[in-house]
Design a protein around this ligand. Structure first.
Ligand code: SF4
Length: 320
């Protein structure tokens, strides 16, 4: 026990990750001329590779927000998304990594990967050898990927397959986390699929701003902000939701103060309308993006944003 407050401990892990991986991030920059499928900045997390372990759909990655190892399912190998975020790590104009998700093949890969990770086999791979043990603890299985999971026609089938792997493959229980831009949360097949989640599972819904003008600049969404908010509210009235908010430096500039205030008021409005928001994650672009406008905001500014969220909305906000 180091005696530090727990939240400080989380920040220390993040800082350790950043330090440990800066050199690798630099080398990722140098690889920018390689073709997309070998070079998307989605391939790195704090500089660590999104490691597909010879799989097509399932990968392992060390993630600050997971506070350790996340096993991910690329729910959108076809890269379908209705946002074009300035910080997106996927080369959206390049060739997709794969075609449609093959659900059975994904489930088989997930079982194999869980056995590999649980067996401590990641240590055999060079990048993981010197990582502290706590960063190699598997924290969850993430439903994420190169696009927006809730727009995938196979969403419910894939979610059900992952739930079956959890229930039937004999591994200890693991938490599922759905990462989403929230735009498909009201779709009947998505609502149906989400019924398979347990109370331990989590939905991390993206909300990157409080005004349509700013969201247009950062997310370039195919839907209005009001739709994103109403979808978050729809789900957060049914079950607790984690809000994930990425604030990039755009051309070196931090988000305007009025924007952070508007964003914080949106969170308050959601809470007042009955949304259960268990956590607001404040973070910045940490992985190289194909868009050179987008950069990383210093911890000091992120901390200030989190403070405004806490003061305005009374919600728990953490910086990652
Ligand atoms: S929502 Fe996600 S996948 Fe879609 S553009 Fe934004 S960061 Fe990329």
């Amino acid at each position: 026990m180091c005696g530090r407050p727990q939240r400080y401990g989380a920040l220390v892990i993040v800082e350790e990750l950043i330090q440990k991986t800066t050199a690798l991030a630099d080398s990722t920059e140098k690889r920018k001329k390689l073709p997309d499928r070998h070079n998307g900045c989605q391939e790195t997390a704090f500089g660590s590779p999104r490691d597909f372990l010879d799989n097509r759909f399932v990968y392992a990655v060390v993630s600050a927000r997971a506070r350790g190892l996340s096993v991910g399912v690329n729910m959108c190998p076809d890269k379908n998304c209705n946002f074009q975020c300035v910080y997106c790590e996927v080369h959206r104009n390049g060739e997709p990594r794969e075609g449609p998700l093959a659900v059975e093949a994904m489930a088989a890969e997930l079982k194999k990967t869980l056995a590999f990770v649980r067996g401590g086999r990641l240590r055999e791979r060079p990048w993981y050898r010197t990582l502290p043990d706590e960063l190699l603890q598997m924290r969850h299985v993430a439903l994420s990927g190169d696009g927006e999971p809730t727009l995938a026609p196979w969403f419910a089938e894939a979610l059900q397959a992952v739930v079956h792997v959890r229930a039937l493959s004999g591994f200890p229980f693991f938490k599922l986390v759905l990462l989403t831009n929230a735009t498909g949360l009201d779709l009947p097949q998505v609502q149906h699929g989400l019924k398979h989640l347990t109370p331990s599972d989590e939905v991390w819904a993206k909300l990157d701003g409080g005004t349509q003008a700013y969201v247009n600049k950062v997310n370039r969404p195919g839907v209005p902000l009001e739709k994103i908010l109403s979808n978050i509210l729809l789900l957060a009235r049914q079950r607790p939701v984690v809000i994930q908010s990425l604030f990039p430096a755009i051309n070196g500039e931090e988000p305007p103060l009025e924007e952070i205030e508007a964003y914080s008021r949106r969170l308050l409005d959601l809470k007042n309308a009955g949304a259960q928001i268990s956590l607001v994650q404040i973070y910045s672009a940490t992985r190289p993006s194909p868009n050179s406008q987008s950069g990383h905001l210093p911890l000091k500014i992120l901390s200030r944003i989190a403070q405004t969220v806490r003061q305005t909305s009374g919600l728990t906000a953490e910086v990652f």
